[in-house]
Design a protein around this ligand. Structure first.
Ligand code: ATR
Length: 291
């Protein structure tokens, strides 16, 4: 970033905690590669401080923000305008500050869909099990509803949050079979026997608490695809287990990359050339190794 920087050329991520995040490496790599004049940093926002943080960003004229756990839903009432898609999903992960007007978007949906496509995951007629019912789960669900799958089952720590999500989504489900449960490993074990895809949308297992897994004692069979939205560490305890059982695994790195590039497209009002993705992926993998 040039010394004649303006705050509108400053971007960042809000969330708590943020020790795991690779977003600054991602965005600053793109800035360097594309010679776009911006800088990206982390703004860790402690519980109870979200409103003041968002107002501070508006007052300072910061160009835009990414939003992560636990604020993707909580941030919505603090914004002036929400894109149709983010409104439908009920979660915002990208904010653009347009001359003091804060606009909310969701680029997680695109990040998730694009990763499934690149990984050639075929879900037609299959069953998907989702762990979690927060902001990331909402984007995942929206992406899946548009696919030709038969059944979605959600498991969440707090049943009420899953119920709320189910209520909001019920009209959009069509003929899709949909159910939700409190996280219970016995029930989950049965559900996974004939599932095609398991998606972890919770932060359980993320750096620095890498010894944790959202499910501890459930066998993951080799016909299952296990997608953990976490990218730090690249191989979570859940994915390591899935690999041992011979299942195909996908971590959250490509989803991070695609949602990040889409956020930049929104902020910069131009299309970032995705030709830089392979180099960016290698760079982030290297950073994750050294972290
Ligand atoms: P955001 O909306 O920003 O993604 P969130 O609403 O906190 O953040 O969502 C995080 C998801 O991970 C939720 O489904 C949360 O479960 P609750 O609905 O019970 O809060 C889940 N989650 C977070 N920490 C968890 C933990 N330690 N064990 C199990 N699930 C957890």
């Amino acid at each position: 970033m040039n010394p004649d920087k303006r705050t509108e050329d400053l971007f960042g991520i809000i969330g708590y905690p943020l020790s795991h995040t690779m977003s600054p490496y991602l965005h600053n790599f793109v800035a360097k590669r594309t010679a776009l004049n911006f800088h990206y940093t982390t703004f860790e926002v402690k519980p109870g401080k979200l409103e003041r943080a968002v107002e501070g960003a508006r007052a300072l004229g910061i160009g835009g923000l990414n939003v992560t756990v636990p604020y993707k839903q909580k941030v919505i009432p603090l914004l002036d305008r929400i894109s149709e898609e983010a409104k439908e999903i009920g979660a915002v992960n990208t904010i653009k500050n347009q001359g003091g007007e804060l606009r909310g978007f969701n680029t997680d949906l695109l990040g998730f869909s694009r990763t499934l496509k690149e990984e050639k995951v075929d879900l037609e007629g299959g069953k998907v099990v989702i762990l979690g019912a927060g902001g990331a789960a909402r984007a995942v669900l929206y992406s899946l509803i548009k696919k030709d799958i038969d059944q979605i089952v959600i498991y969440n720590r707090t049943l009420e949050n899953a119920r709320k999500l189910a209520r909001e989504l019920s009209e959009k489900m069509g003929s899709l079979e949909f159910s939700y449960h409190q996280l219970d490993e016995n029930k989950l074990r049965k559900d996974l026997e004939n599932a095609r895809l398991l998606v972890n949308t919770t932060p359980v297992g993320m750096y620095p608490k890498t010894d944790k897994s959202p499910i501890e004692d459930v066998n993951l069979n080799k016909n299952l695809i296990v997608f953990d939205l976490i990218y730090n560490p690249p191989r979570t305890k859940l994915l390591a287990r899935a690999e041992t059982e011979g299942a195909k695994t996908i971590n959250g790195l490509d989803m991070l990359i695609y949602q990040g590039i889409e956020a930049l497209n929104i902020w910069m009002e131009r299309e970032i050339n995705t030709g830089l993705v392979p180099d960016l992926r290698n760079y982030l993998k290297q950073k994750l190794k050294n972290d």
